[in-house]
Design a protein around this ligand. Structure first.
Ligand SMILES: [Zn+2]
Length: 190
């Protein structure tokens, strides 16, 4: 909010000179009381002498011209953008998080270690593969017998008794292809 005295305009009610002041209020849209973005400014004039208060449209032309001048340098407080700023920060954080996760996943798939757990995506579900052994040109994997329809619930099926007893082999190239196709979405390594 900004309040400034007005010179050269006489009060329209009591005709006293130099008694008017203009206040500019920023309005903002909000979601659950968090300001999201500014949606314009409201102007109000008040006479110090007779206390007459006028809102934007009620003001005489001379006063409207003064309001336009004051509005021009009434800055919008940055917290009127708080919601948009929060969303922008959340997007950046999730972008960085995904990038780091992808870097880890790529590095782990390139150098498999016994105990690595791959989060894999099949046609419509998710499951796990556990690295049982690593040889020169093959990786032994144990398939998890269970699937989930939700990536975030994979940890619920990550129990030793849920894995097959007999491993199957994939080559490092197979793993790279699965990674490229985003069938391997994440690698957990202790
Ligand atoms: Zn007045």
């Amino acid at each position: 909010m900004l309040t400034e005295p007005v010179t050269d305009v006489v009060c329209a009610s009591c005709y006293t000179p130099n008694t008017l002041q203009i206040s500019i209020f920023g309005r903002y849209a909000h979601v659950y009381w968090v300001p999201f973005f500014p949606i314009g400014k409201i102007s109000v004039s008040e006479c110090e002498h007779c206390r007459q208060v006028l809102e934007g449209k009620q003001m005489p032309e001379a006063l409207k011209a003064k309001v336009a001048q004051v509005k021009a340098h009434a800055k919008i407080p940055f917290w009127h953008f708080a919601g948009l700023i929060l969303i922008a920060v959340a997007i950046v954080v999730s972008f960085v998080f995904n990038y780091v996760n992808h870097q880890h996943t790529t590095a782990y798939v390139a150098q498999p270690q016994v105990g690595d757990v791959y989060h894999v995506r099949t046609d419509s579900a998710y499951s796990l593969l556990k690295v049982a052994a690593v040889h020169g040109n093959s990786v032994e994997l144990l398939a998890n017998d269970y699937q989930t329809d939700n990536l975030s619930r994979l940890n619920e099926i990550d129990k030793p008794e849920n894995y097959a007893e007999e491993p199957f082999d994939l080559t490092p190239l197979d793993l790279q292809i699965m990674l490229q196709k985003e069938q391997i979405v994440k690698v957990e390594r202790d």
